[in-house]
Ligand binder design. Structure first.
Ligand SMILES: [Zn+2]
Length: 244
């Protein structure tokens, strides 16, 4: 008890500005990304959650009910992916993060946001947002599956999301938000920002019959994306996603 108290005090001391040891650099990077996402309007106040894999067993994740624009490194929570019980102050979407890491051994980051256009378009035009209209979307996102509605924080939502992310790096939660996974902070930030750009662009077209790229054009872009290391999975569009 006293030992863990002393360890906790030492950890807090390490976070003091000017005394942050390299071990906690990742804490600061996660807080910095939360602040950026808040500034860009991709999360608001206590919305969203972000995590990173620390090793084979543990992840570091944002706490529940904290303003993401004011998050401090010492606010972040660690827990073991294989433990049945988790810290009480962990985000309510901890299961979603846990199952994503257990399903995808190749990823190091999971980010859940509530982007406005992506969330509203998932209700009003779900058939449009996964279509390959723009070359940058093919290059940066790949196929974007939509997860049916399940209550936020539920095990059902976590399982359905992990299924969707099995062969995709981006998933939309219908009427709720987005989840992206990746190997670096830059990758998850890029995917989240471009997903919202893509949804907004499709909203502005306001025409369900706007032509998409052709299958051949998409194949060329996928090949280029893989050679650049942007897309790192195997997935593809179906016939009905293409409009001439
Ligand atoms: Zn959410």
């Amino acid at each position: 008890m006293i030992k863990s108290l002393i360890t906790g005090i030492k950890q807090k001391a390490d976070f003091v500005v000017g005394k942050v040891c390299p071990k906690y650099r990742i804490h600061r990077d996660l807080c910095s990304l939360c602040s950026t996402l808040y500034t860009k309007g991709l999360i608001s106040c206590t919305d969203g959650n972000l995590s990173t894999r620390l090793d084979d067993q543990k992840i570091l994740i944002t706490p529940k009910f904290q303003n993401k624009s004011k998050l401090q490194p010492s606010d972040l929570v660690e827990y073991n992916l294989h433990d049945k019980t988790r810290p009480k102050n962990v985000t309510s979407e901890a299961s979603l993060h846990t199952l994503a890491y257990l399903r995808r051994k190749d990823i190091s980051y999971v980010l859940h946001t509530h982007p406005l256009y992506t969330t509203t378009m998932s209700i009003s035009h779900p058939e449009l947002i996964g279509r390959p209209y723009f070359p940058t979307s093919v290059l940066l996102l790949g196929k974007v599956p939509i997860v049916p509605y399940y209550p936020p924080g539920s095990e059902e939502l976590a399982r359905a999301c992990a299924d969707a992310l099995a062969d995709s790096n981006v998933a939309i939660l219908k009427g709720h938000g987005a989840v992206v996974v990746g190997k670096s902070i830059l990758q998850i930030q890029t995917r989240t920002e471009h997903l919202e750009w893509n949804s907004r662009a499709i909203y502005l077209m306001k025409n369900a019959n706007s032509p998409t790229l052709t299958e051949e054009e998409v194949k060329q872009l996928e090949s280029r994306s893989r050679s650049l290391g942007v897309l790192d999975g195997a997935w593809g569009w179906k016939k009905h996603d293409f409009i001439k």
